[in-house]
Design a protein around this ligand. Structure first.
Ligand SMILES: O=C(O)CCC(=O)c1ccccc1C(=O)O
Ligand SMILES: [Mg+2]
Length: 329
């Protein structure tokens, strides 16, 4: 009989003091690493509900993960499978990753060419773009300042860097009037190099209307997590953004990716501010399932330390399971 065992490690790491999530500062990032072992095979995953975005709390996720693992152990001893269907998204994602790793279903190669993320200082982005290998693609958070300023900045980048493609993210913050102000400052000949704006307006209908009026492509992010969401090709919709920690199991994410590709849409694997452990696993998922798309994973530098697995070329210190950041559950 194969011996099965599992362990949870809870982590808490300090963040850059500047990180704001919706309405609050995120001073610490907390989550769990899960290890499962079946005989000689071992797999790991990260379960890290994101405050302000996930419905579940970390305590709820931890309890559910323990219950599932216990039930899984029993089910496996009867040679049965146990579904992740009814688990919280963060739990389903972390556990499905651990299972996939254990079964050697996840490639070891990763796509670490994440799109550099810019929160507003253009000079920082110029520097990063200079050093970017391959496709020149960057992401700017907009909707935080005035819409005409956002438009000016986007247009300036597109003018200054002729092979640059931009992703913009408004997080549903513009009214139709503000969205129109933004567009007014982006010259029509530059608009095709906006790969997409994620959720420009407060509602999907307004975002579609904006895209139709301006010819600027959009992408769904928040909308993907709407229980009623289905993948469908619509005019000016270029992409769906998939944040696995907020979406669910690897299988569910892969199904969304396949549906997107069938409909001619880009699927972008993106961060929910996981630790370097989770981010490197997301880079591997991106490499395996969206090999031609730059993932949105440039969030490691919001943290002060990396955990267990290092992101290539990151200068942040790497802490192990025996470090002060971990407690075994
Ligand atoms: O998508 C990316 O490139 C980075 C991740 C990101 O922007 C994000 C990370 C956590 C929560 C929300 C968001 C967002 O898309 O607004
Ligand atoms: Mg977004």
């Amino acid at each position: 009989m194969t011996e099965r065992c599992y362990k949870l490690y809870r982590y808490q790491i300090p963040m850059d003091s500047q990180v704001v999530l919706r309405n609050r500062f995120l001073k610490q990032r907390e989550g769990l690493l899960v290890q499962i072992r079946c005989g000689e095979s071992e797999g790991w995953g990260e379960i890290a509900p994101l405050p302000e975005f996930s419905q579940e709390t970390l305590d709820q996720a931890q309890q559910q993960a323990l219950e599932w693992l216990n039930a899984w152990d029993q089910a496996r001893s009867r040679n049965e499978k146990l579904s992740l269907e009814n688990c919280y998204p963060s739990v389903a994602f972390g556990l499905s990753c651990a299972l996939a790793e254990m079964k050697n279903k996840l490639t070891t190669e990763g796509n670490f060419n994440a799109a550099p993320l810019c929160y507003g200082d253009p000079d920082e982005l110029y520097e990063e773009l200079d050093q970017l290998p391959g496709e020149k693609i960057a992401k700017i958070k907009v909707g935080l300042y005035e819409a005409n300023r956002d438009g000016l900045i986007a247009d300036m980048f597109l003018e200054a860097v002729p092979d640059l493609k931009l992703r913009l993210d408004t997080n549903r913050s513009w009214t139709p009037t503000k969205a129109a102000m933004f567009a007014k400052y982006v010259k029509p000949e530059h608009r095709t190099r906006i790969q997409f704006i994620e959720e420009p307006c407060k509602t999907p209908a307004e975002s579609l209307q904006f895209a139709a009026e301006t010819g600027i492509a959009i992408a769904w992010d928040e909308t993907v997590r709407d229980p009623a969401f289905t993948v469908k090709a619509e005019p000016h919709v270029a992409a769906i953004v998939i944040k696995p920690t907020l979406v669910g199991s690897l299988e569910k994410c892969v199904s969304l990716i396949e549906q997107a590709h069938q409909q001619g849409l880009i699927a972008v694997i993106s961060s929910s501010i996981e630790s370097s452990f989770g981010l490197t696993q997301l880079a591997r998922i991106a490499q395996q399932y969206t090999p031609n798309t730059t993932p949105g994973l440039d969030t490691l530098d919001l943290m002060k330390v990396q955990l267990v697995r290092a992101w290539p070329n990151s200068t942040l210190p790497l802490a192990g399971l025996d470090s002060e950041y971990f407690t075994e559950v």
